[in-house]
Design a protein. Structure first.
Length: 288
């Protein structure tokens, strides 16, 4: 049992770095995923994960696979897309989901094109799917900074974020924080996707953000326990995915996201608000 579960993290530094980076991502990204889900913006997270690609690709085109330029480029691209899509939805009749989809499709195509100008298919795979087993000190420091910034922002704006999830019109009627909190939250989404990009790539970073949050929704309806449970699911998925990757020689990023997917499917079936529990309650009511 020791060789199966513990030894890989004790004997190999790259596994320790991968575990530390993925756990820090879970601490920050999973609560953000909960708020995305409660605001019915789950697909926005997926769109934003593609939106950072052209900026990261521009950093790659100019400096190669360097963390700082690719991170700055991804952050700038994500902010531009978020603000652009928000502006289109606020000043035109088009809804935010449609404008976000348009911006994300343009960003994805542009990012793949930029990477293809200089890199090989291997470089493109690295940008799209990440390399969590190759995290270095700079990447870990960046992820730690993003996690700390996210947790501090959530602590400061917690009540406003919860209020906007429940009744955004009420928040705007009683406080001027409505619009600023919306854009602060979008900034947190972009920030965590940029952090996840270092480990899981632009395509899979949203998986660690949304799947644990979606799984937690089937166990509780309260925001605080939902965030805590989402983090726990994220932790378990990271450990299971890294162990699966090590022992079965599988890609680490997809293994982590698939582990979270297994927990999600189990929650759909067996959660206190899942399918089987709902059918059991319905059956009891019919026989009573």
């Amino acid at each position: 049992m020791y060789d199966l579960l513990v030894s890989p993290f004790v004997d190999f530094a790259f596994m320790q770095r991968a575990l530390a980076g993925s756990l820090m991502l879970s601490i920050a990204a999973c609560p953000v995923g909960v708020f995305l889900m409660l605001r019915r913006m789950s697909l926005t997270g997926d769109a934003m994960s593609h939106a950072i690609l052209p900026g990261a690709a521009a950093g790659f085109l100019l400096y190669g696979l360097e963390i700082v330029p690719m991170t700055i480029g991804g952050l700038v691209a994500g902010v531009v897309v978020a603000l652009g899509a928000g502006a289109v939805s606020r000043f035109t009749p088009q809804k935010e989901d449609a404008s976000m989809a348009a911006f994300y499709l343009i960003s994805l195509a542009l990012g793949v094109l930029i990477v293809s100008l200089r890199g090989s298919s291997v470089d493109l795979m690295h940008v799209l799917f990440g390399t969590v087993l190759a995290l270095n000190d700079d990447a870990l420091a960046l992820i730690a900074l993003i996690a700390g910034t996210t947790l501090l922002t959530l602590f400061v704006f917690w009540r406003a974020l919860v209020a906007e999830c429940l009744d955004p019109l009420f928040l705007r009627s009683v406080s001027r924080l409505g619009t600023p909190v919306h854009f602060i939250f979008l900034g947190l989404v972009v920030l965590n996707l940029v952090g996840g990009f270092q480990a899981l790539g632009t395509l899979l970073s949203v998986g660690l953000m949304m799947l644990p949050a979606a799984a937690a929704r089937f166990w509780t309806s309260r925001v605080e326990p939902m965030c805590a449970l989402a983090i726990a699911v994220g932790f378990a998925s990271c450990v299971a995915g890294l162990l699966l990757s090590y022992h079965a020689a599988l890609p680490s990023g997809p293994a982590i996201v698939l582990s979270a997917g297994v927990v999600y499917l189990a929650s759909v079936l067996f959660g206190s608000r899942g399918v089987l529990r709902a059918r059991l309650v319905t059956h009891r009511h019919r026989t009573a």
